[in-house]
Design a protein around this ligand. Structure first.
Ligand SMILES: Cc1cc2nc3c(=O)[nH]c(=O)nc-3n(C[C@H](O)[C@H](O)[C@H](O)COP(=O)(O)O)c2cc1C
Ligand code: SF4
Length: 365
């Protein structure tokens, strides 16, 4: 059997195979930003479908940061969140999958849109102030406590796709003159401080991973060599796995791949992940348009990555891994059309528009 289907363990996280469900906005929360029975169905379907690790979310450490955002996300500071999430995590564990929560920093804090510096493309944000940073640290520490007591196997920091952490590590967006700006060490500083806060809340042994941009894909931005240097600093500072991603304001890539259709190809981040893998000694989760088992095997066999992470294929086929295990090894049926993404960007519940109607019923095909 392929190495992809063999058990894998890192930092105490036991996976039955090397397949990861990459974090996916689902818009399934209720008006109190809590988990609902629809989350239970989503995650138990994914676990039943054979995945090794589910990265759930994205989740917000603090509800107040959620100002005017179209996405509806569970907020970890809601009372009794650990019990609510704990019940979900228990079920996923019983079905054989590991469960990690992805958490996202604020776009707005104390009522203002913030960034690393007052640099942007369309909206000019305000730079993070010391008071903002203190608030973020407290919220991450609390998130660590909640996720640990809910039984999560770890946490993944969202540091990509234009969020404030991805802007902190970027030489284009981060023009700061304080201890958080300038050198790669300074640009990585806030992320490392948040790793420590999470571990303060959750315990020193709690696995903290990161989804970080592998490049800014824009002039003056972070190159893949910069990203590799930052990844090495983070891995030394307590990050236990890295998922290189892409996308942000003014970039030539979105998280779904190159904007120019001619440049799009399956596995569009594999070579970037391979560059980062050379710089670190922690597992690298390769994500980005990977659809074919042969390509996945090659990634692992050639040492370009350790784990295979996918998002859209599991929206289309939550039971994809079991399909492959049953002997039907044809590629994922996802057409990478981004219909699912557009639905969530409209504030609607996530669905594969090719096979599911708005009311949740299956189309004939
Ligand atoms: C509907 C949708 C929601 C997404 N939500 C998130 C998210 O919450 N956090 C995140 O890091 N990436 C998110 N992404 C990006 C994916 O995790 C993934 O990096 C990207 O889609 C490329 O992988 P794929 O080709 O396997 O889909 C989302 C993508 C889609 C299509
Ligand atoms: S809507 Fe398109 S991109 Fe999304 S899962 Fe379906 S086929 Fe894939």
């Amino acid at each position: 059997m392929s190495v992809l289907f063999e058990a894998y363990e890192f930092s105490g996280i036991k996976m039955r195979n090397r397949f990861v469900r990459s974090a996916t906005v689902n818009n399934l929360t209720n008006e109190e930003n809590r988990f609902t029975p629809e989350h239970r169905k989503l995650y138990t379907d994914l676990a039943r479908g054979g995945l090794g690790l589910i990265i759930a979310g994205v989740h917000r450490p603090k509800r107040e940061w959620f100002l005017g955002h179209v996405y509806q996300q569970p907020c970890l500071d809601m009372p009794t969140m650990e019990e609510e999430m704990g019940a979900l995590v228990d079920e996923v564990h019983r079905l054989g999958a590991a469960f990690v929560s992805q958490i996202s920093p604020p776009f707005k804090i104390r009522g203002r849109q913030v960034s690393a510096s007052a640099t942007d493309v369309s909206v000019v944000p305000e730079p993070l102030e010391q008071e903002d940073i203190a608030e973020i640290k407290t919220a991450y520490r609390n998130a660590g406590r909640v996720l640990r007591s809910a039984g999560c196997d770890g946490v993944e920091l969202h540091c990509c796709h234009n969020d404030v952490l991805s802007r902190m590590i970027s030489p284009f967006f981060n023009q700061r003159k304080d201890q958080y700006g300038g050198s790669v060490e300074n640009r990585a500083r806030l992320v490392l401080e948040l790793v420590q806060e999470l571990k303060e809340g959750a315990g020193d042994d709690f696995p903290v991973m990161i989804k970080m941009n592998a490049s800014d894909f824009r002039e003056g931005g972070m190159t893949v060599d910069d990203a590799a240097e930052i990844a090495a600093i983070l891995a030394t500072g307590g990050i236990c796995a890295i998922e290189p991603s892409c996308g942000g304001a003014g970039a030539s890539y979105t998280p779904s791949g190159p904007i120019e259709k001619d440049e799009w190809h399956e596995g569009y981040l594999i070579e970037y992940a391979a560059r980062i893998k050379k710089a670190v000694d922690v597992p690298v989760m390769v994500v980005g348009g990977i659809r074919d088992l042969k390509m996945m095997e090659e990634v692992v066999d050639t040492g370009k990555g350790d784990l295979i992470s996918m998002c859209r294929p599991f929206i289309r086929e939550p039971d994809l891994i079991n399909r492959w295990l049953s002997g039907d090894t044809s590629p994922s049926r996802c057409e990478s059309c981004d219909g699912c993404l557009k639905e969530t960007m409209r504030g609607r519940k996530v669905r594969c528009v090719q096979v599911t109607r708005v009311d949740g019923t299956r189309k004939e095909n």
